[in-house]
Write a protein that binds this ligand. Sequence first.
Ligand SMILES: NC(=O)c1ccc[n+]([C@@H]2O[C@H](COP(=O)([O-])OP(=O)(O)OC[C@H]3O[C@@H](n4cnc5c(N)ncnc54)[C@H](OP(=O)(O)O)[C@@H]3O)[C@@H](O)[C@H]2O)c1
Length: 367
Amino acid sequence: MKYSKPIHWGIVGTGMVANHFANGLRLLPGSQLLAISSRQESTAKIFASQHDVPRTFVGHQSLASDPDIDVVYIGTPHPTHKQIALDCIEAGKAILIEKPFALNEQEAQIIVNKAREKGVFCMEAMWMRFIPLIQRVKNIVTEDALGENLLLNATLGFRSPFSSENRFFNLKLGGGALLDAGVYPINLAFWLLGKPNTIKSYLKIGQTGVDELGAFIFGYQNGSLAVLSTGNRIFSFNQASIQGEKGRLQIYEPIYSPTRMKIDIFQDSKSSSKVRQIASQLEWLRKMSRRVRTLTSRLQNSDIYMPITGNGYQYEAEEVEHCIRNGQLESNIMPLNETLDVLSVMDEIRKQWDFFYPVEKQSKVGG
Ligand SMILES: NC(=O)c1ccc[n+]([C@@H]2O[C@H](COP(=O)([O-])OP(=O)(O)OC[C@H]3O[C@@H](n4cnc5c(N)ncnc54)[C@H](OP(=O)(O)O)[C@@H]3O)[C@@H](O)[C@H]2O)c1
């Protein structure tokens, strides 16, 4: 599609995810990466030359004051999200904030209130939700193809290099597996099953005071269960499975941007015509997947393959572009109320283990 005017993006932060996001953005013809800000001029200049960014700024405030920027992507450590977001909203910019949206629900609520008050677009950059396969899985679950009383298992962890200084293990930088990696399986549970009614958890706190391993069981009023886990020192499978009376589905790694799943629909003489229809649609998808099998040698006969283009970060940016062009202030796919609910659940888990970040120590989480 041709647009009379591109959406102009600015990025705050020049770290790992900001680089991925800039690469993803290149795939959107309606978007242009106009500016980058860093705490240091030299770093901004290096990023700008690597990604062909015309304008560089020192500090997010100067970037936010550029009148040509429509939307700011915030790719900095989580404890910095709140202030950067508030400054960008104050300057009238739409914002896309990396996950976790903030350190806790209280901070997130302040950002959301301000965005709503100012009437600017705001969304959490939960890129997993916009990946085609994850969208498809949502349809499958919503169409009741797997049945009710579902059991979701999901795990995501990283084997992060240990250092008390890096953001994965540093309390002051919002370190810990729950907020960094656990947010994905938790978000997936929200995406597929909604907000849980009960939460049981286990957190193992490491030597730097952040959580390094965690397991969570969510109970739902309709009888479903989610069994989730995370870690920042584990060589994780990063997979998920959903099992129900009518069928079972497995999402292969990595769950944040998967391209392969396996699904079996249980059919017998009592299966409804709806179940048969879904099973035949999936069989068609499976056949199509086999045609492109040469693309991936790991594909099994029963697998469904749904490719992503590029690195997959453009899908969330495309949603932002779509919302801005349509005058929408929130995404229907990643609504702000759900971002708040995810953070409230992560607050609850940390509360159960008396785990608080330094800035929360006086007030305690959410209190
Ligand atoms: N969606 C995803 O796939 C994904 C993947 C990884 C991380 N994330 C999220 O993205 C955020 C950044 O993660 P990352 O892995 O990209 O981190 P990173 O590599 O450490 O980069 C963070 C960048 O933020 C800037 N920054 C601003 N204030 C900072 C501070 N006080 N301390 C350190 N850096 C600061 C720095 O850029 P300057 O030096 O230029 O200012 C730094 O390079 C986190 O919230 C994380 O959870 C998302």
